[in-house]
Design a binder for this molecule. Structure first.
Ligand SMILES: O=C(O)C(=O)C[C@H](O)[C@H](O)CO
Ligand SMILES: [Mg+2]
Length: 403
C-alpha cells in the first residue's frame, strides 16, 4: 500500500494568501490539496496541523473514502467551512496521489471526459455601465463565451465585484475589514440598465451572468429576476443569503431567470432543499469548501436528478490547486453547467505551476498524471502570510448588513 509518511501545511502569499496541504507516501509520490478559506486561512491551517495530520500518518493513501469518512464522522462536530476545507485538502491530495500512481489524469479516474473542454465565465467590471460593457467587449475578443457583469453603483464608495485591476478582483484588501456602504435602492436600477446596454453592444451570442452577493430580500430578488428576463441572463447568483432556503420558493414563483447558489455551502445538507425542491438551476459549491471531490460527487449526483447543473465557484481565493481539481471534475461530471474563472496573478501562477490551459473560452485540465498542479515550495517560502480579511457592509444609516 502507498503508506502516508508525511503531511505538511504550506501557507504562502504570492499576492494573496493560500493554504496548501502536501501529503507524501513511502514510495516518494506526493499529492497536494487546497485548504484556502479567504480571511480565515490560519484556522484551517491549524485544524489540519493539530487535528488532521496526526491522524493521516501511517494510513493507506489509496483509501480515500475511508479517510474521508474517518475525518467527517470522526470529528463529531460535523460540517462548517473550516472542517470541510480541511477535509477537502486531504481528499484532493489523495486523489492526486491515486491518479499519479495510476499514471492517469484525474478525470480518467472519475469516469473519463464527457466533453472536449470546460466553458468558463470571465469577469467584466467597471465603475460605470459603459466601462463594464467596454471590458465585456475585451473579454469577448479574448474568446470568452460567457461573461459576468458587475458595475459600480452611483453614490456608493465601493461595490462588490468592481476591481481596480480588470482581470481579477481581490476583496480581502486589509488586515482588518474595510467598511463599505450598501444601498439596495441605489443598486437595483443599475443592473437592468447594465444588461440592456450589454445586449445592445454585445448581441445575443454570449452568456451574461451577474452576482448579487447575498444582498436582496426575496421580493427584491424576484423584482430583479423579472427585470432581467428580457436580457436572458445565464444566471443570477446569490440573490439572498441562502440560510433560509424557503426564500427561494418566493423568488421562483415570480421569475424565470435562472438562479445560482452555493459558494458558501459546505455539505450536501446545505444544498439538499434547494436542489430537491428545484429552487435553483446551478449549484456553486466547489471542491475546496465542499469537502473535496469525494463529497462533490454526491452533491452533483443529487443535483443531476433534479436538472440542476454545476457552476463551481472560481474566484482568486480558490487556489490553482482547487482550480485544477475542479477542471478534472468539470470535464467528467455529466450535469456540468459552467466554471467560474478569475485569473490569478503571475506570482501565484509561478508558485503553482499547472497543466491547465485556456483557449477559446474554455479551460482544459491537461493530460498530466494527477490533477496537474504543483507547488514550488522554495518560491512559496519567499511570500510569507499577510493578514487580510474580507470587507463588511453597512447601510447608509450605519446598520450592519451582508457583504
Ligand atoms: O466569485 C464569486 O462569485 C464571489 O462571490 C467571490 C467571493 O466574494 C469570494 O470568493 C469570497 O472569498
Ligand atoms: Mg459569488
Amino acid at each position: 500500500m502507498p503508506k502516508i509518511i508525511d503531511a505538511r501545511v504550506i501557507v504562502t502569499c504570492p499576492g494573496r494568501n493560500f493554504v496548501t496541504l502536501k501529503i507524501v507516501t513511502e514510495d516518494g509520490v506526493h499529492g497536494i490539496g487546497d485548504a484556502t478559506l479567504n480571511g480565515r486561512e490560519l484556522a484551517v491551517a491549524a485544524y489540519l496541523q493539530e487535528h488532521v495530520i496526526p491522524c493521516l500518518i501511517g494510513r493507506d493513501a489509496h483509501k480515500i473514502e475511508d479517510i474521508w469518512q474517518f475525518l467527517y464522522r470522526g470529528a463529531y462536530w460535523r460540517r462548517g467551512p473550516v472542517t470541510m476545507s480541511a477535509i477537502a485538502a486531504v481528499d484532493v491530495a489523495l486523489w492526486d496521489i491515486k491518479a499519479k500512481l495510476a499514471g492517469l489524469p484525474l478525470y480518467q479516474l472519475l469516469g473519463g471526459a464527457s466533453r472536449t473542454g470546460v466553458m468558463v465565465y470571465g469577469h467584466a467590471n467597471g465603475q460605470t455601465v459603459d466601462d463594464t460593457v467596454a471590458q465585456a467587449i475585451k473579454y469577448r475578443a479574448m474568446g470568452y463565451k460567457a461573461i459576468r457583469l458587475q458595475t459600480g453603483v452611483p453614490g456608493l464608495n465601493s461595490t462588490y465585484g468592481v476591481s481596480k485591476d480588470k482581470l481579477f478582483y481581490e476583496p480581502a484588501d486589509a488586515a482588518l475589514p474595510t467598511e463599505n456602504i450598501w444601498s439596495t435602492s441605489r443598486y437595483l436600477p443599475t443592473v437592468p440598465e447594465l444588461f440592456a446596454t450589454a445586449r445592445a453592444e454585445l448581441g445575443w451570442d454570449v452568456h451574461l451572468l451577474h452576482d448579487s452577493h447575498h444582498r436582496l430580500t426575496p421580493i427584491e430578488a424576484a423584482r430583479l429576476g423579472k427585470d432581467l428576463e428580457p436580457y436572458r441572463p445565464f444566471w443570477l447568483e446569490d440573490v439572498t443569503p441562502a440560510e433560509n432556503q424557503e426564500s427561494f420558493r418566493w423568488i421562483r414563483r415570480h421569475t424565470t431567470t435562472p438562479l445560482a447558489v452555493g459558494e458558501v455551502f459546505n455539505t450536501i445538507w446545505d444544498c439538499k432543499q434547494l436542489i430537491e425542491e428545484q429552487l435553483i438551476d446551478f449549484i456553486r459549491t466547489t471542491i475546496v469548501h465542499g469537502g473535496g471531490i469525494t463529497h462533490l460527487r454526491r452533491i452533483a449526483s443529487l443535483a443531476d436528478l433534479y436538472n440542476v447543473r454545476t457552476g463551481f465557484h472560481g474566484a482568486t481565493d480558490l487556489s490553482p490547486v482547487c482550480m485544477g481539481a475542479a477542471l478534472h471534475f468539470d470535464l467528467w461530471v455529466p450535469n456540468f453547467g459552467i466554471q467560474e474563472y478569475m485569473r490569478h496573478t503571475p506570482e501565484t501562477d509561478e508558485v503553482f505551476p499547472h497543466a491547465y490551459t485556456f483557449s477559446d473560452g474554455e479551460l482544459h485540465p491537461g493530460e498530466a498524471a494527477g490533477h496537474g498542479v504543483e507547488i514550488d515550495e522554495d518560491l512559496a517560502a519567499k511570500y510569507p502570510y499577510r493578514p487580510a480579511q474580507l470587507p463588511v457592509n453597512r447601510l447608509e444609516d450605519g446598520s450592519m448588513f451582508n457583504w
